[in-house]
Design a protein around this ligand. Structure first.
Ligand SMILES: Nc1ncnc2c1ncn2[C@@H]1O[C@H](COP(=O)(O)OP(=O)(O)OP(=O)(O)O)[C@@H](O)[C@H]1O
Length: 224
């Protein structure tokens, strides 16, 4: 039986004192699962995802990722934990002054891989997101869909154990959306990567089995 990679018990998240965004929420996410988080606008989907990344610490309750408590995690331990996470958030934009290639290579260089490995992995990922030939472009020279595909390549570069994606295909054309869902599916299916996606609508084309969490009135419900 697979282990839980994310565990929340009586989770309570807030930005402002006594203004809960998430409350009384107990749930777990199994290793290797594909999870969608949906809910009305403003219900706390992005907030919940931010807490998984350690950007917003629980005020009450328990939140663990890979067995590590995020409640009072130190900055150095969080930096270590984040090496295992792949992030696709609206706030984590590409670095505009760097080429596509450099943007994707960054996590690999930080992880300490040799230059040859970084080069090969970057070329492979850019091929997968159909951007071969655009290695030396700068992000502002790319379309929105192309930029998002670079962000996806960057998030996958270091083979993360968990991918956290916030509206990864929001405002994207059908082609880029298909590429992105395809990559998330293959990471999940072939590498066993746990994928957690916040979205307004679950794609009908998805072939992998998935779980569905729904947030309403601050509570997280596992509905399928
Ligand atoms: N930095 C912040 N400071 C204070 N309140 C915040 C902050 N970020 C978000 N909120 C509040 O938290 C609530 C949930 O926001 P969140 O972005 O998590 O919702 P969401 O479900 O992802 O919404 P949407 O579907 O519209 O993107 C909102 O009421 C919002 O005003």
């Amino acid at each position: 039986m697979s282990k839980n990679v994310i565990v929340a018990k009586d989770l309570y998240l807030e930005y402002k004192k006594d203004t809960p965004i998430i409350k009384d929420s107990t749930f777990s996410i199994k290793s290797g699962s594909f999870v969608f988080i949906t809910g009305p606008s403003g219900s706390g989907k992005s907030t919940l995802l931010k807490s998984f990344y350690g950007e917003l610490k629980p005020k009450q309750g328990i939140l663990q990722i890979g067995g590590v408590s995020l409640n009072d995690i130190s900055t150095s331990k969080l930096a270590f934990l984040r090496k295992y996470l792949g992030i696709i958030f609206q706030d984590y934009k590409l670095i505009e002054e760097w080429t596509v290639k450099k943007n994707v290579m960054l996590p690999l260089l930080i992880a300490g891989y040799s230059k040859n490995v970084c080069e090969a992995q970057t070329a492979r990922l850019l091929r997968h997101v159909h951007l071969t030939g655009k290695e030396n472009y700068y992000p502002p020279e790319l379309s929105g869909g192309e930029q998002q595909r670079v962000a996806m390549a960057r998030a996958l570069a270091h083979n993360p154990v968990i991918i956290l994606a916030d509206e990864p295909t929001g405002n994207l054309d059908e082609y880029s959306s298909r590429v992105i869902w395809g990559l998330l599916e293959s990471a999940n299916e072939q590498l066993g990567t746990t994928v957690v996606v916040v979205t307004h609508s679950i794609p009908t084309s998805l072939k992998v089995p998935f779980k569905h969490f729904y947030i309403e009135d601050g509570k997280v419900y596992e509905i399928s």
